[in-house]
Design a binder for this molecule. Structure first.
Ligand code: C5P
Length: 317
């Protein structure tokens, strides 16, 4: 466990955003979380994290976005402490710098991906060599979306989001046009509790019913390479509760649906980000450039990016 001695150079880790191609709320679990059936997909919009190890036991975080707390409530700091506790080596420390590009509170798992990147990066920087299975257990303690973010790509996610069925790695040409109103964010606990108020009577309750839905999702073909196949329809059960109270999400979805040649439009996670899917990045960009004034007039920030076949990645060390 002396890898840190060799690591005088910084480590750079990229942390990509995710979108939900399918988010279905099946029922309520005994732990208070919702039982979900999802298809999560990494996209090429990423935060970048630089890490330097030390043996002073100090873990610090700096971020170029002043809106983000860099204190002990930040998921990066929580991930670093969790990993260090697991190693039982209190002398391990790290100076972490976060370059934030994924919008905050957007339903794009930016914080979760940063947490996953911290686990992967410090595991290497501190020379711990924990296998991915152990990192997944720690990731699930940090948040429901964090395990997905470790390996990313396209995955079916069940349970509260942490039970993963991974897709064989394949490169899809699909791309998205992603939009978000910079002055709007949605609280995930609020979205689920509102959903519960509206839908509770219709929740499934039996494991066999959950399994039926999982089977349906497995058979929809999300795990086959996308190329040439008819895409299953996009779905997000939280979309209705969010659009009800957040007019800019309704407007964003309406605008995206007007975009020519889109293959589907949906909100991501608990919002407020929304996206339209296109056959490739060139198409997504050309549609965007022809319509950018409309997005601007609607007060939306926008990005065009490809789907990505992997999750967090050590870029250089
Ligand atoms: O796990 P995570 O911290 O992302 O969850 C945030 C909140 O979202 C939870 O506290 C819960 O209110 C809600 N949630 C849920 N069911 C899930 C995932 C999240 O009810 N499967």
């Amino acid at each position: 466990m002396n890898g840190i001695e060799k690591s005088v150079n910084p480590l750079f880790v990229s942390a990509p955003a995710k979108i939900n191609l399918h988010l279905e709320v099946l029922g309520l679990r005994s732990d208070g979380f919702h039982e979900l059936a999802m298809v999560m997909q990494s996209v090429d919009l990423e935060d970048q994290i630089k890490m330097m190890g030390n043996r002073d036991g100090l873990i610090t975080l700096r971020c170029d976005n002043p809106e983000l707390s860099t204190a002990s409530d930040n998921l990066i700091i929580r991930s670093a402490y969790l990993l260090r506790d697991k190693a039982g080596l209190n002398e391990l420390g790290a100076e972490i710098n976060l370059k934030k590009s994924i919008p905050i509170g957007a339903g794009l798992a930016g914080g979760s991906s940063d947490a996953a990147a911290t686990l992967v990066g410090l595991n290497q920087l501190w020379g711990l060599d924990l296998p991915i299975e152990e990192l997944e257990v720690l990731a699930a303690e940090l948040g429901s979306d964090v395990p997905f973010c470790l390996e990313g790509g396209t995955q079916l996610c069940f349970g509260r989001g942490e039970v993963l069925e991974k897709k064989p790695r394949s490169n899809s040409s699909l791309a998205i046009l992603l939009v978000k109103n910079p002055s709007v964010s949605v609280s995930t606990p609020w979205a689920y509790s509102r959903f519960k108020e509206m839908e509770f009577g219709r929740y499934l309750t039996e494991e066999v019913e959950f399994e039926e839905r999982r089977k349906l999702l497995r058979n929809q073909g999300w795990l086959n390479p996308f190329g040439g196949n008819q895409l299953p329809p996009l779905k997000n059960d939280l979309q209705e509760v969010v659009t009800e109270t957040t007019p800019s999400v309704k407007e964003a979805l309406g605008l995206l649906r007007c975009m020519p040649e889109n293959l589907g439009v949906a909100m991501s996670g608990s919002g407020p980000s929304c996206f339209a899917l296109f056959s490739d990045l060139t198409k997504a960009k050309s549609v965007y450039f022809q319509n950018r004034q409309r997005f601007k007039d609607a007060g939306l920030m926008s990005w065009c990016c490809s789907l990505r076949a992997e999750g967090v990645k050590i870029e250089r060390d």
